[in-house]
Design a protein around this ligand. Structure first.
Ligand code: NAD
Length: 473
C-alpha cells in the first residue's frame, strides 16, 4: 500500500473512503473535544476494545499462526493477556491517574496552591513492529485512550494477517475520528510522519527510531521510542544452573528469539560453562523435543530474516564457534533449530548486531569486571538479566551498568509487571510504556498554580529587600 492510502468505514458505510489527511483533520477536532472526557467515558471506550479482542480470540490465533506459526498458548500469554491486562489495569486506576496531584508549596511560594494535571497530548501516532503485532499495537492504544488522546495506527507490513485483522477490529470498534488504522509499508509511515502529531509512540529498531525522531523534530512532536538492541545475561558461579538455564532458554526461544527483550547472549562463569551448556540443552529438549515437529516452536517471520539469522550462524562457525545444540535450518519453513554456540569470537557478526532469532552465544568469564566492562562498551541494552544467589552480585551488576530494565533470576518477566515502567535507555529507547507510565507517555504534565491569597505580588518591583530575603530561603 502506498502514500495517500485510504480507509473505509466498513461495509454499508455511507461515508466515502478517508485519506490520511482527512482522518488527521477529523482527529484534530476530536482531540480538542476529548480534553473534557471523563474517566468513565474513556473506560467505556477501553471496554469496547477489550470486548472486540475477546470476541476475536480465534481470529487472532489464526492470524498469528499464519504470520509467525505462533502457538495458541503463546498467543494468549504474549499477545492477548498483556493487552487485556493493560486495559484492565488502566480501567482500574484511571480515575486516580486523572485526578490533579496536589504538590506542597515551597517556602518561596507559601500562600499559593499547586497541582499537576495530566492533560491529553492530543492526536497521537502509533507505529508498531511485527514480532508481537497485537500486543505492541493495542497495548499503547490502551494507554492513548486512557490518556484521552486520539490515535492513528500504522502496524507492520511484515505480519499482514495480523495487520488486516487489527484494521478490521479498529474499523468495527471505533469512529475514525477517535482511532484509525492505515495498513502499509514504510512509505505509509513516512506520509504519516509528515503530519504534525502531538505525540508519536514508535516501537521498532533503533535505526528506524532515529528516522522517527528526526521527523518528530520538524514539528517538535514528543516521542516515545521503544527500541531494541543486544540484551545481555550474566550467570555467576552461585546461580542455580538448572533453573537459570530453563529461564534463559524460554526467554531466548519463545517467539523464536524474535523478542525485543529476549536474552541476546549469555556470559557464564568459566567454572560452570560445561554444566550450563548441558542444562540449556536439557531445557531445550524438555520444552521443544524435536523442535521442527513441536507445536510450541515458532518460525522466523520471513525469508529475509531467515537468511539473516542463518548467515549469523554461518559467520560465527566460520570464525571458529562451536555448535552445542541446533545449528540446522530449513529454508522452506523459515525454520532454525534452537541453537547454542560457544567459542564465539568478538568480531563475529552475531556479536555486532541484535540477533532476533533462536541462537544463543555463550561466553565464559572469570572476573565479573570483564562482562561489566564489555556491556558498558556497547550501546545501552533494553534489558539485562543476572542469575545469581548472591544479592551483592546482582546489586553490583545492576549498579555498574545501564539498561532499560532488568530481572534477577528471571528473563522478560518485568514486561508483565503492570506497575513497572517498560522502556529503553538511549539506543534502546526513550520514554516508557505500561500502566501509569503509558498513560503518562500520552499525557502532558501541566503545572497549575493558583494564587488565591495574592501571594505572588511579592515578586513585583519595587523589590526593596524582599528578593534578597528569598535567596536566603
Ligand atoms: P522496524 O524498525 O523495521 O519497523 C517498525 C515499524 O516501522 C514498522 O511498522 C515499519 O513499517 C515501520 N518502518 C520501517 N521503516 C520505516 C521508515 N523508514 N520510516 C518510518 N517507518 C518505518 O522494526 P521491526 O523489524 O518491525 O521490529 C524489530 C525491532 O523492533 C527490533 O530491533 C526489536 O528489538 C524492536 N522491538 C522493540 C520493542 C520494545 O518494546 N522496545 C518491541 C518489539 C520490537
Amino acid at each position: 500500500m502506498n502514500v495517500g492510502s485510504r480507509i473505509t468505514l466498513g461495509p454499508g458505510s455511507a461515508t466515502p473512503a478517508l485519506s490520511i489527511e482527512d482522518v488527521f483533520e477529523r482527529q484534530r477536532t476530536r482531540a480538542i473535544a476529548l480534553r473534557v472526557s471523563t474517566a468513565d467515558e474513556r473506560i467505556a471506550t477501553l471496554r469496547r476494545l477489550e470486548k472486540a479482542i475477546l470476541g476475536r480470540r480465534a481470529a487472532i490465533y489464526a492470524a498469528l499462526a499464519a504470520d509467525l506459526h505462533k502457538p495458541e498458548a503463546e498467543a494468549d500469554l504474549s499477545e492477548i493477556m498483556p493487552i487485556l491486562s493493560e486495559i484492565r489495569h488502566t480501567c482500574r486506576h484511571l480515575k486516580s491517574w486523572m485526578a490533579p496531584r496536589r504538590v506542597p508549596a515551597t517556602l518561596a511560594m507559601l500562600g499559593t496552591k499547586a497541582a499537576i494535571r495530566h492533560e491529553p497530548k492530543g492526536v497521537s501516532l502509533i507505529i508498531s513492529p511485527w514480532n508481537y503485532p497485537f500486543n505492541l499495537t493495542f497495548g499503547p492504544l490502551a494507554s492513548a485512550i486512557g490518556a484521552g488522546c486520539t490515535a492513528i495506527i500504522k502496524p507492520s507490513e511484515l505480519t499482514p494477517h495480523s495487520a488486516a485483522l487489527m484494521a478490521e477490529i479498529v474499523r468495527d470498534t471505533f469512529a475514525p475520528d477517535d482511532v484509525a488504522l492505515f495498513e502499509g509499508d514504510a512509505s505509509v509511515a513516512t506520509a504519516l510522519l509528515d503530519l504534525p502529531f502531538d505525540h508519536i509512540f514508535f516501537t521498532g529498531s533503533p535505526a528506524v527510531g532515529k528516522v522517527v525522531m528526526a521527523a518528530a523534530a520538524k514539528h517538535l512532536a514528543s516521542v516515545t521510542l521503544e527500541l531494541g538492541g543486544k540484551s545481555p545475561v550474566i550467570v555467576d558461579e552461585t546461580a542455580d544452573l538448572k533453573k537459570s538455564a530453563r529461564s534463559i532458554v524460554w526467554g531466548k526461544f519463545a517467539n523464536n528469539g524474535q523478542t525485543c527483550i529476549a536474552p541476546d547472549y549469555a556470559y557464564v562463569h568459566e567454572s560452570r560453562m560445561p554444566q550450563f551448556i548441558d542444562a540449556a540443552r536439557g531445557a531445550i529438549a524438555a520444552m521443544y523435543g524435536d523442535a521442527a515437529a513441536s507445536p510450541d516452536y515458532c518460525r522466523i517471520v520471513n525469508a529475509r530474516h531467515f537468511a539473516r539469522v542463518r548467515n549469523l550462524i554461518d559467520d560465527a562457525t566460520t570464525r571458529g564457534a562451536t555448535i552445542h545444540a541446533g545449528g540446522t535450518a530449513d529454508a522452506g519453513q523459515n525454520f532454525v533449530a534452537p541453537t547454542l554456540l560457544s567459542n564465539v569470537s568478538a568480531d563475529s557478526l552475531i556479536m555486532q548486531e541484535e540477533i532476533f532469532g533462536p541462537v544463543l552465544p555463550i561466553l565464559p568469564y572469570g572476573d565479573l569486571a570483564m562482562p561489566v566492562r564489555e556491556i558498558n562498551a556497547r550501546p545501552k541494552p533494553l534489558a539485562l538479566y543476572v542469575y545469581t544467589k548472591d544479592k551483592a552480585i546482582a546489586d553490583r551488576v545492576i549498579t555498574e551498568t545501564s539498561a532499560g530494565g532488568s530481572c534477577v533470576n528471571a528473563s522478560m518477566a518485568h514486561f508483565l509487571h503492570a506497575n513497572l515502567p517498560f522502556g529503553g535507555v538511549n539506543n534502546s529507547g526513550i520514554g516508557n510504556a505500561h500502566g501509569f507510565y503509558g498513560f503518562r507517555a500520552f499525557s502532558h504534565e501541566r503545572a497549575v498554580l493558583s494564587d488565591k491569597f495574592s501571594a505572588t505580588p511579592m515578586l513585583f518591583p519595587p523589590y526593596s529587600g524582599r528578593v534578597k530575603q528569598m535567596i536566603k530561603m
